[in-house]
Design a protein around this ligand. Structure first.
Ligand SMILES: Cc1ncc(COP(=O)(O)O)c(C=O)c1O
Length: 354
């Protein structure tokens, strides 16, 4: 029997949980946020309108993490998602270079803003600097994401430095989506910098606070910051104040919280990577974030079978610009990962996916 589903976008699965569902879908950390982020919050003082740019104490705390910065360089947003949306819509025209495969929201965000996407194909999941140099000409901006969702790859430091240099010379903006910067298994993060860089980050992943919706952008370009604030004034207005309080408290927790979490992710990474290798899939070993991106034939049928028969969710590579792959998040405990792997093994007998 064939299983069929209308698999238009990840919206079918985002937020689905419970009732025996094993979700390798959403990139939502299941680990608890730091307890300090929740303790002592006074909701009554957060029932007013706040500053559109974001509350000063949070921006000031962030400025200590970015060399030569002040609170004026930040806008606090509803997650990294809103930061990206506002940046593109504030521009509203021009070309944006997207390394492909890309995070599934990048293309709609660029197109909905009225901008034109240009693609550079990743080679083995990493930016091909020769192709990058050809495609970047004439672009207003490039959007990079290292560690990457969906590939789990981390760009080489020399590539990031070269991108920094080439774009500065050409006067092209680099939007650096660093939501996984604290989740690199192999080395420290290299923070790409310069007057032409706009950094986007979030409290969703590092502090396991996705649903609270707090992120931000950093830029030393006053016009970028002012234009984003103007647009936000007429759209979402301030980012929710309870969430900003939580984010500020989360920033104060000892770094041990982040280090301990990374070790949990590393064990899960090994578990799922080894499991998929044993099943015969062709995939990269993740170097950061919490995703695997194996090659897969008949991905739609495989997904429909796994969901409708086994209640197992993953995402289609086609949503990320890679129809020959599937994407799985390993934001699950090891027992769930093992259970999911058993279901995948069973479904492989029904659908030819290798
Ligand atoms: C690469 C990337 N950027 C941005 C986001 C959105 O994050 P936020 O929850 O901060 O909006 C995600 C979420 O999965 C992501 O993977």
């Amino acid at each position: 029997m064939k299983y069929k589903m209308d698999l238009v976008s990840p919206a079918v699965f985002i937020g689905k949980q419970g009732k025996g569902v094993i979700s390798f879908g959403s990139g939502q950390p299941d680990l608890p946020p730091p307890k300090e982020a929740i303790q002592g919050i006074d909701i009554r003082k957060d029932l007013r309108y706040g500053l559109i740019q974001g509350e000063y104490p949070l921006r000031e705390a962030l400025s200590n993490e970015y060399p030569n910065s002040t609170a004026d360089n930040f806008v606090i947003t509803n997650g990294a998602s809103e930061a990206l949306d506002l940046i593109f819509r504030a521009w509203g025209k021009g070309k944006v270079l997207l390394p492909k495969p890309y995070y599934y929201s990048y293309l709609p965000l660029v197109e909905m803003a009225g901008m034109e996407p240009v693609f550079t194909d990743l080679v083995e999941g990493r930016i091909d600097i020769d192709d990058f140099k050809k495609k970047i000409k004439g672009c207003k901006a490039v959007l990079i994401n290292s560690p990457s969702n969906p590939t789990g790859r981390v760009e080489l430091i020399e590539t990031l430095k070269e991108i920094e240099k080439i774009t500065a010379k050409l006067g092209v903006y680099v939007i650096s989506d660093e939501v996984y910067k604290d989740l690199i298994y192999e080395r420290e993060n290299y923070h790409i910098k310069g007057g032409h860089v706009i950094t986007v980050n979030s409290f969703s992943k590092t502090y396991a606070m996705c649903g609270v919706r707090v992120g931000y952008l950093w830029s030393s370009d006053k016009k970028v910051v002012d234009d984003v604030i103007e647009l936000k004034t007429h759209t979402s207005m301030n980012t929710n104040l309870v969430g900003q309080d939580m984010a500020l408290r989360a920033m104060a927790v000892p770094k041990k919280y982040v280090i301990d979490q990374k070790e949990i992710w590393r064990k899960r990474r090994d578990r799922i990577y080894n499991g998929f290798c044993e099943l015969g899939f062709d995939l990269w070993r993740p170097e950061g974030a919490f995703y695997i991106f194996p090659k897969c034939r008949n991905a739609r049928e495989f997904l429909a079978t796994l969901f409708l028969k086994y209640k197992v969710i993953f995402y289609l590579g086609e949503w990320f610009g890679a129809p020959d792959r599937i994407r799985l998040s390993y934001a699950l405990d090891e027992a769930q990962i093992d259970k999911g792997l058993e279901c995948i093994k069973a479904a492989m007998k029904k659908v030819r996916c290798l």
